[in-house]
Design a binder for this molecule. Structure first.
Ligand code: FE2
Length: 191
């Protein structure tokens, strides 16, 4: 794992490899296993059994070297692997920005989407290669892989936005994504 650059950062080129799901030069890589997603899946019995049995990698995030600092504009590529836990599609932890600022996700590989929730209204935006999902300020967001291959997207976000994971655990995400007979089924998120 490499580290973030220290400002002042020089203008530079970043190479995007959609197949590898990587950015070069690269900063830190984050790997989330099933055990890192406590409280995310609806079926806690199956969740705990699968954590104990194999604890698979659910997703990884490879960042560029641009740091998460005010006025900077970091980027990262998230790869969510295909799979379910108790029928619920593999997902990211989901977060709210403590500093309410917007963000974009650009689809690179596979098929997935963004569940968004502002505490009242809920939305699902499908993302495929070439599509941009816009996350407005104030909307918590969680990505899911609704396909059978790795789903990859580029995120670009304000460096001061931050990540509040606790907001999602407290308020939910409005919707949950399940796979039933190979089809995406969205269900209300019951807290
Ligand atoms: Fe975000």
């Amino acid at each position: 794992m490499t580290s973030f650059a220290v400002p002042p950062i020089s203008p530079h080129q970043i190479s995007l490899d959609a197949i590898a799901g990587s950015l070069t030069p690269s900063g830190p890589t984050l790997v989330r296993r099933l055990s890192d997603l406590a409280g995310c899946f609806e079926n806690t019995e199956t969740y705990e059994a699968e954590v104990a049995a194999s604890n698979p990698i659910v997703y990884q995030v490879i960042s560029s070297t641009v740091p998460e600092l005010p006025r900077e504009l970091p980027q990262s590529i998230t790869t969510i692997f295909a799979g379910t836990c108790g029928g619920e599609l593999y997902m990211t932890k989901g977060h709210q920005h403590p500093d309410p600022q917007g963000e974009i996700y650009f689809g690179l590989e596979g098929i997935g989407g963004i569940i968004m929730f502002d505490g009242n209204e809920k939305k699902y935006v499908e993302i495929t290669p070439g599509k941009i999902g816009y996350i407005p300020p104030g909307w918590a967001h969680r990505s899911i892989n609704s396909g059978t291959t790795p789903y990859k997207f580029l995120a670009v976000y304000p460096g001061s936005a931050g990540h509040d994971y606790g907001w999602v655990l407290k308020n939910g995400m409005g919707l949950r994504g399940f796979s039933e007979n190979g089809k995406l089924i969205l269900k209300d998120f019951i807290i």
